[in-house]
Ligand binder design. Structure first.
Ligand code: ARG
Length: 463
């Protein structure tokens, strides 16, 4: 193979074929073409403003890059593996199109700061996309929850029945998770949007560059503080993959609940046909494959995070080729995170609830035991003692195969004489939910306040 046009000056031979194939990244980093061109155009304009090249040359470069972009988008661009990556493919074609002026684009720049800015632009664009999808999912959860403030189901700890909660409350717990994800992405974006361009290879450059104006042109508020850090920092990838992993953790938890709830033993939800699949052998089956796959794909995103953390470990300053491995993990994670967020919203929209079965499930598992204990506290009994007395009542009910509310007054008074017939109103499951109006609690007025808060947050995003 012949030597590389961009760096082949000192070489007499090109790389071995297997080496070229091993180091080639244009097969996947071509996905970054739009951001690379945006960054290069900003760089070219700055070179023109600073008098490093003439304004006419800057103009030629900017127009030439537009032409390259048009070719890529029309599918006419010929990607050359021997040109290694997206950056060199674009620059080589630019030079073919505009002639020798094309060779001036790389003045005062290195691929090290170039790839940094290109990838930061790419990651920022995709994190914005995740944010929009996360907000849409919060909206779906809010829509789905509203109206279910009085529909109750067993709330669990340890996956054991604990206390009744409203369906709206349960669904909104997830809305808060995805709201946090949205906020986390915003926080991460503040550190993604830092331009490294101007750091050059590692030490800065002798040309009178204006890195801040390049940053401003691509919409980044800040530039690097140290050129060596600038070309080797991939915190923005690690953090983005963590934010993506967190989204997947939340999605995966919701998937798990949907899978459990769709099991006939629960029977709380019915999946729509469009979001489930059948079995090739068991005709009765309706499987929650989308939720299972989403739970499974969470592993890929965690894998990308672990990969990136491992790539960075032990890297000496500054740029090392290891850093090229930052892209495939992110590209794969991006595909998974974005599709999963949107599929979850679609699956939820078509999910139907069996609120009758949810309510019936509340009568199994003594979900009103805390109510009895609190009732006894109301009679002046210290909580620890009330807890103990309630334990006796549960043991009796369990022995008789009943709920606490099915015990006769005589049976209850046999356990503690301070119990009177006012207890039955307290043991009502729906009433247990209605009484929990503490901030963020499951009571219907509290839940309506949550809905208002979440709706206000969504409206502010749109504003
Ligand atoms: N494709 C490379 C990457 O993604 C670009 C930077 C190459 N720099 C270098 N000095 N070889 O990291």
């Amino acid at each position: 193979m012949s030597t590389n046009q961009s760096w082949g000056g000192r070489f007499t031979e090109g790389p071995r074929e297997a080496v070229a194939a091993y180091t080639d990244s244009q097969t996947y980093d071509r996905a970054l073409y739009a951001q690379d061109i945006r960054a290069s155009q900003a760089h070219a304009r700055m070179l023109g403003r600073q008098g490093v090249i003439t304004p006419a040359e800057a103009d030629t470069l900017v127009r030439g890059l537009d032409a390259v972009k048009a070719e890529i988008e029309a599918g006419n661009f010929v990607w050359k593996p021997e040109l290694e990556d997206v950056h060199m493919n674009i620059e080589a074609r630019l030079t073919e199109l505009v002639g020798d002026t094309g060779k001036k684009l790389h003045t005062g720049r290195s691929r090290n700061d170039q790839v940094g800015l290109t990838f930061r632009l790419f990651v920022a664009d995709h994190l914005e996309d995740w944010r929009a999808r996360a907000a849409a999912l919060v909206q779906t959860l809010v829509n789905k929850a509203d109206g279910h403030q009085d529909d109750i189901l067993p709330g669990c700890t340890h996956l054991q029945p604990a206390q009744p909660v409203s369906l709206a409350h349960h669904l909104l717990a997830y809305a808060w998770m995805f709201r946090r994800d949205h906020e986390r992405l915003g926080d991460v974006l503040g550190r993604v949007r830092v331009s490294p361009l101007g750091a050059a290879a590692l030490a800065g450059t002798t040309y009178p560059l204006d890195p801040q104006s390049v940053a401003a042109e691509v919409g980044f508020p800040r530039i690097y503080g140290n050129s060596m850090d600038a070309v080797s920092d991939r915190d923005f990838v690690m953090e983005s993959l963590f934010a993506g992993s967190c989204i997947m953790a939340h999605l995966s938890r919701l998937c798990e609940e949907i899978i459990l709830w769709a099991n006939p033993a629960f029977g709380f939800v019915r999946l729509s046909d469009g979001y489930s699949t059948g079995s090739s052998i068991m005709p009765q089956k309706k499987n929650p494959d989308v939720a299972e796959l989403m739970r499974g794909k969470t592993g890929r995103v965690y894998g990308a995070l672990m990969g990136m953390l491992t790539i960075m470990k032990g890297l000496p300053l500054t740029y090392n080729r290891d850093l090229q491995e930052d892209k495939e993990g992110f590209l794969d994670a991006d595909r998974t995170v974005s599709r999963s967020l949107t599929l979850m919203a679609g699956m939820l929209e078509e999910l139907t609830f069996d609120t009758r079965r949810m309510r019936a499930a509340c009568t199994r598992g003594f979900l009103n035991a805390t109510e009895l204990a609190d009732y006894l506290v109301g009679k002046g009994i210290p909580f620890r003692e009330a807890h103990h007395i309630t334990g006796h009542a549960v043991a009796l009910a369990e022995k008789e195969g009943k709920g606490l509310e099915d015990l006769s007054l005589a049976e209850l008074r046999g356990i503690d004489v301070r119990i009177d017939d006012g207890v039955y109103a307290v043991l009502d499951y729906a009433a247990a939910v209605r009484r929990r109006e503490t901030p963020g609690g499951t009571g219907p007025r509290s839940v309506t306040r949550q809905l208002e808060d979440l709706r206000g947050w969504l409206a502010a995003l749109g504003a």
